[in-house]
Design a protein around this ligand. Structure first.
Ligand code: NAD
Length: 361
């Protein structure tokens, strides 16, 4: 029986990396019936909407989606299609493994970290008040009645909500993930010393959940500024990191840097019953249609997807094939060559062909 999976090609270089990932997944022998839907720029041109209802309906129906990057429109009143999808489907986990592969140039070897970022709350909840608007002035006035601290009149305000419910479910996910994947330690990363009622609540809740896993998974706490330094100095000291939304976003890009950059960093957005798999990188619009960008991040996101649907054998085989192509460093895109203008670099399509070639060996 074939799996029905929603696929969103996305904007910019999205369709190219999605095509590469789809072909690699199909080459594992896992049968997939792709249900293609459009969101982003193409959808706006064809339907007048950036995120048509049909996209959310398709993902809800199929429960699994492979998604290309979508360009964030500027000045459209839409914060981001990517954030809107995560919020509409309550995909509260953003899972971003950062793993080194031989052949990929990076300052470190043998990195194997997993970033588990809360995906629904915090400063990304989208509750913002624009400078100068009447409602913003009213809010500033109310706050001045409730707090001894003053906010300057002509300020913009972004709200940072962090709930007990949201913190509990992400911490629980982190510990369950650690257990299921033979991980030793979960480090909770916050700025709880300053933001006592938001980050403080996140940390307090994580400590409570950690108690349920005592003796099975180690628990550790860190402040985000110090964590940024430690990740650069001694990244091998860490295993799984659980963080509120904003720090998770920043730290996962830092970790992508540790393993060789955006071209190789995969991700997954996971909810109770639905999961959307996408690379950490964006639509890289300047390379659109050039058959140039690295498909590794999208193929690796496909590997995460195969594991999610419990096709572990196919996932292992695809990972091995990808590893071989990366280690050989011959049929790889420009960003994986010693020099960016290396004439021996191949295109997105040809790199995927090389992975498929390895799969068939
Ligand atoms: P980007 O990740 O698209 O590109 C930044 C640079 O990283 C590129 O110019 C390129 O040099 C490099 N890069 C990215 N992907 C690569 C790949 N696969 N192979 C090789 N090099 C790669 O980031 P940006 O330019 O800040 O964002 C472009 C658009 O994408 C924006 O509209 C942004 O909002 C959006 N975006 C979408 C998502 C998503 O869909 N989840 C994520 C991030 C950014």
């Amino acid at each position: 029986m074939a799996y029905r999976i929603t696929v969103i090609p996305g904007d910019g270089t999205g369709p190219e990396v999605i095509d590469a990932a789809k072909r690699c997944i199909e080459a594992t022998g896992v049968k997939v019936q792709w249900e293609e839907v459009i969101a982003g720029q193409e959808a706006l041109e064809k339907t007048g909407e950036l995120l048509p209802q049909a996209v959310l309906d398709s993902i809800r129906r199929n429960k699994v989606c492979l998604k290309g990057p979508i360009t964030t429109p500027i000045g459209m009143g839409f914060r981001s299609v990517n954030v809107a999808i995560r919020q509409a489907l309550d995909l509260y986990v953003c899972l971003r493994p950062a793993k080194s592969y031989p052949g990929v140039r990076s300052p470190y070897k043998d990195i194997d970290l997993v970033i588990i970022r809360e995906n629904s709350e915090d400063l990304y909840a989208g509750i913002e008040f624009e400078q100068g608007k009447p409602e913003t002035r009213k809010l500033i006035e109310e706050i001045s009645k409730l707090s001894k601290k003053k906010i300057l009149q002509e300020s913009g305000i972004s709200i940072k909500p962090i709930s007990r419910f949201g913190s509990q479910r992400i911490a629980r996910f982190a510990f369950e993930y650690a257990l299921k994947n033979n991980r030793k330690k979960v480090t909770c990363v916050t700025k709880a010393n300053i933001m006592k009622f938001t980050d403080g609540l996140f940390l307090k809740t994580a400590r409570e959940i950690a108690d349920d896993y005592k003796g099975r998974v180690l628990f550790e706490e860190a402040l985000v500024d110090n964590m940024a330094m430690q990740l650069v100095q001694k990244p091998h000291n860490f295993d799984c990191l659980v963080l509120p939304n904003l720090y998770g976003d920043i730290i996962s890009d830092l970790c992508a840097g540790l393993i060789g950059g955006l071209g190789v960093a995969p991700g997954a957005n996971i909810g109770k019953e639905i999961a959307v798999f996408e690379a950490v990188h964006g639509s890289a619009p300047k390379y659109k249609g050039l058959n140039k960008v690295n498909p590794t991040a999208m193929i690796s996101s496909g590997i995460l997807m195969l594991r999610y649907i419990k096709e572990d054998n196919a996932a292992d085989r695809l990972e091995t094939a990808l590893k071989r192509v990366l280690a050989e460093a011959k049929y790889v895109t420009y960003d994986l060559k010693p020099h960016r203008d290396d004439p021996s670099a191949v295109g997105t399509k040809e790199m995927a062909d090389a992975v498929i070639g390895q799969l068939k060996k």
